[in-house]
Design a protein around this ligand. Structure first.
Ligand code: NAD
Length: 794
């Protein structure tokens, strides 16, 4: 048989290698040794480490391991460049971003080849996905730069941003960080991951050629220590981190109390849910992309297959057949499906996890087919026979390993999907749109793809819930993450409050000096819609400004907080109550408070000596304001270039702990609970430690205003110790704390276990009476955005 006839018989792939020459020439032009790129120029290389091609083990270049001094030099350059860069008009900054986007397109092939050589991902992916998305990100943000002054009129850039990125999408993660930062007027110091610094260095050179002013983009290479030096640098205003949850938690702790802005894009263990009515072939193709794209080294990889029991067998059989046709090999070959993993340590880590999973009972199936003998390659693997506790189900593997489980009912699918500490993404396959759109809101994840997977676009926010981090990249919310309110810099230190009385053991003595005939006048706490006595036998005196006893409240402890959190979790149905109903209830609360305004004003006067009339009136107005917002602060529908729409849905955080300020006994609490409730959160409130009686009075108003039980819970006592308990409680999703700088630091540090979102006043005088707090300042902090991708248009 002649060759052509043979090829027709076997239909084998021929070799289709991409040429490395251009990338090699660029590396050679730098003598294969790189310093950092600081203030528009290359520094002399310092102590270096090798950057290897994981597909063949060859060393591509020597990279400088950045020291704390290098980081300091870069921060100084970025600081010096900031006034000039931020003073440019949005249009001028936009033009630079546009020039960068054009330059990336012009050098697309060089970037793609260099990325594949450095990272090991198939050239098909770097060429068709990574680099086009990088260009798209700069184009998109060129537009934002110009429109910021109208769209975010009350905002300013942070200043110098420290950005730390992982190795799985080296240039794309850089673009996600640098494009919005620059659009907003920030300057940056970015550290690429140690395995994959090369495209970041090429990018720096390209920025320079595009005429970007010196010091606006600084690239410092290095390992974890270099990242740490960025995180700890005193003159950095915001840290943006993408990487593992483990390091994300370290960074949360290290930045606690510094006032640095922080966004964390962390790990995931995303469910891929296939219902029995799904288009099975499409679901299989989607799954191949979900878990074997970039060798599974994808934060949002659909690594947990949840397939409906009725189709499980057929689905798994088909999947195995498809796995057999995946081609593992040289990533520079254009017809390779699965390339090399980033480094040998990753290969070893994954093998180790698989051994642990197997020892725990997992059955591991690996696709047949050749794998190169040399280089960091692994076969695509499918894991079955696992329970939710198996290591392979619980841990992020970050490799080409799919774990499969089955479910019977939609409820069970949701329960399994949410049974993880992560919440980055989820995929749902069903031909029944009612079913898919019923499941999407029930999944706790920042991105949900319906009948599709791994769709990304600059116009659509990306980021996680729970331990997958907080903050978004892309979309309006991603843009907002690089801006802060203009007025924040003018905040003064809050005046020190006089010490609160120490708690005493309650002895049934007369407690109300206004009426000595009453015995137990200790105001109760309010938990699960009921008045509750404190767990401890202690009470806390409430004094008037002259030090006279005017009442007592319970001294709340850990157990009271636990009860209150449990009640708040049980009341989370509030989040699915319609926004209209929530608004009605807040209006009703306002109305009932207004009926009793004289009594509340008198109570404020008794506690503070101030005329409380205005504070009560403002509290009623604040409730009205947020009742008005309940059905207006909502999402958007994005129109990405992918035959899909993305519905950006605003969702509540869940259970919020709120520790109110000492001053403004009524308005301080109302200003914080009203936005939280309006957005569908349930609340555990610790009222002013010094003047808590306004809130223990308020629950009588709450009771008569149709607020469902458990939606508002009130625990009185010492703000700092109760805040600590709330911060450490994994049932609390968000925590707002008004208090000293020291206690704010404690709250931010203590909140790392489930990475709850925090807002703290850090000892600054936030005047909650100011009407600037009537709007999106707190609404945005009480919510997170879920982007639901839905096929749309042919
Ligand atoms: P990693 O956390 O080990 O490293 C990420 C970066 O942080 C690297 O640049 C590293 O040098 C640096 N670093 C390490 N220790 C540090 C420290 N103590 N202080 C400061 N910086 C430090 O993560 P990785 O292994 O490079 O990347 C894989 C992880 O990234 C996975 O968990 C993946 O899910 C996650 N990821 C998340 C997203 C997202 O958008 N959510 C995207 C891509 C990757």
């Amino acid at each position: 048989m002649n060759k052509i006839a043979q090829i027709f018989q076997s239909l084998d792939y021929g070799p289709a290698p991409e040429g490395p020459e251009q990338a090699i020439a660029w590396l050679d032009s730098h003598a294969r040794t790189f310093g950092h790129f600081i203030d528009g120029q290359w520094t002399k290389p310092g102590k270096t480490f090798a950057s290897d091609n994981p597909a063949n083990g060859e060393t591509l270049a020597q990279i400088t391991d950045g020291t704390a001094e290098d980081v300091d030099t870069a921060v100084k350059a970025a600081r010096a460049a900031f006034p000039g860069w931020s003073a440019l008009s949005g249009y001028q900054r936009g033009k630079y971003l546009y020039a960068i986007a054009r330059a990336i397109q012009k050098h697309a092939r060089l970037f793609a080849v260099l990325e594949t050589m450095d990272n090991g991902k198939p050239i098909r992916e770097s060429r068709d996905i990574d680099i086009p998305l990088v260009a798209r990100h700069f184009y998109h943000h060129a537009g934002w730069a110009q429109h910021l002054s109208r769209e975010f009129s009350d905002a300013v850039p942070y200043g110098v941003c420290g950005q730390i990125i992982p190795w799985n999408f080296p240039l794309l993660m850089l673009a996600w960080k640098i494009a919005p930062a620059l659009a907003a007027g920030n300057t940056v110091v970015l550290k690429p991951a140690e395995f994959t610094s090369l495209t970041a260095l090429l990018f720096a050179e390209i920025c320079d050629r595009a005429g970007l002013p010196k010091g606006v983009v600084n690239i410092v290479t290095g390992e974890g220590d270099t990242g740490q030096a960025i995180v700890n640098h005193q003159d950095i205003d915001k840290i943006a981190f993408t990487g593992s949850t483990e390091v994300g938690k370290l960074i949360r702790a290290a930045t606690a109390g510094t006032g640095k802005g922080l966004s964390l894009e962390l790990g995931g263990k995303s469910p891929y849910i296939v219902f029995e009515d799904a288009d099975m072939d499409s679901a299989i193709e989607g799954l191949v992309d979900a878990i074997w794209f970039n060798q599974g080294q994808v934060c949002c990889a659909g690594s947990r297959l949840l397939v409906q029991e009725s189709i499980e067998e057929r689905f798994i059989t088909k999947l195995k057949k498809r796995m057999a046709s995946l081609r593992v090999g040289d990533p520079m070959d254009k017809s390779i499906d699965v390339g090399a993993l980033v480094a040998l340590v990753q290969v070893e880590r994954i093998k180790d996890l698989m051994q642990r999973g197997a020892a725990e009972g997992a059955v591991i199936y690996e696709a047949d087919g050749p794998v190169p003998a040399k280089g960091c390659f692994l076969k695509p693997a499918l894991v079955t026979n696992v329970s939710p506790a198996n290591t392979l189900v619980a841990e992020e593997i970050f490799g080409p390993v799919l774990v499969a489980m089955s479910f019977r009912t939609p409820e069970e699918a949701v329960a399994l999907a949410n049974n993880t500490k992560y919440g980055l993404a989820a995929t749902i396959w069903s031909e029944n749109i009612n079913l898919a759109l019923d499941i999407a809101p029930k999944i706790k994840a920042g991105v949900v793809w319906i009948n599709g997977t791994n769709n990304f676009d600059a116009a659509v926010g990306f980021g996680g819930y729970k331990e997958s981090g907080f903050g978004r990249e892309g979309g309006r919310e991603g843009m907002g993450a690089y801006l802060k309110p203009k007025w924040e810099k003018d905040l003064k230190a809050a005046p020190k409050s006089s010490p609160h009385p120490e708690p005493v053991e309650a002895q049934g003595r007369a407690t109300n000096p206004l009426d000595a005939s009453h015995v137990d006048q200790t105001a109760k706490m309010y938990i699960g819609g009921k008045q509750a006595r404190p767990d401890s036998a202690y009470t806390r005196a409430v004094l008037d400004p002259n030090g006279k006893l005017i009442g007592e409240v319970g001294e709340g402890n850990r157990k009271d907080i636990r009860n209150a959190v449990e009640a708040a979790r049980a009341a989370l149905g509030w989040s699915t109550t319609s926004a209209h109903s929530r608004a009605q209830i807040l209006y009703f609360l306002a109305e009932n408070l207004d009926y009793r305004r004289d009594e509340f004003a008198a109570r404020i006067k008794a506690q503070t000596g101030e005329d409380g009339t205005t504070e009560v009136a403002l509290s009623v107005e604040r409730l009205f304001a947020f009742a008005g917002w309940a059905d207006k602060y909502d999402g958007a529908v994005h129109n990405p270039p992918l035959r899909a729409v993305a519905a950006a849905m605003i969702e509540p955080l869940g259970v919020m702990g709120i520790v109110a300020p000492v001053n403004l006994p009524l308005l301080g609490s109302i200003s914080l609970i009203a936005p939280a409730l309006a957005m569908g959160n349930t609340v555990v409130l610790v009222p002013s430690a010094k003047s808590p009686l306004s809130l223990t009075d308020l629950y009588q108003v709450v009771e008569t205003s149709d607020v469902p039980s458990g939606v508002i819970n009130i625990v009185t006592g010492d703000s700092v110790s109760l805040a600590k308990t709330l911060a450490e409680h994994d049932g609390v999703d968000g925590l707002w704390f008004a208090g000293s700088a020291e206690a704010s630091t404690m709250v931010e540090k203590a909140s790392i276990s489930n990475l709850k979102q925090t807002w703290t006043t850090r000892g600054l005088a936030f005047d909650l009476a100011d009407r600037r707090f009537e709007g999106d300042y707190f609404l945005s902090k009480a919510t997170q955005v879920k982007n639901v991708w839905i096929p749309y248009g042919a």
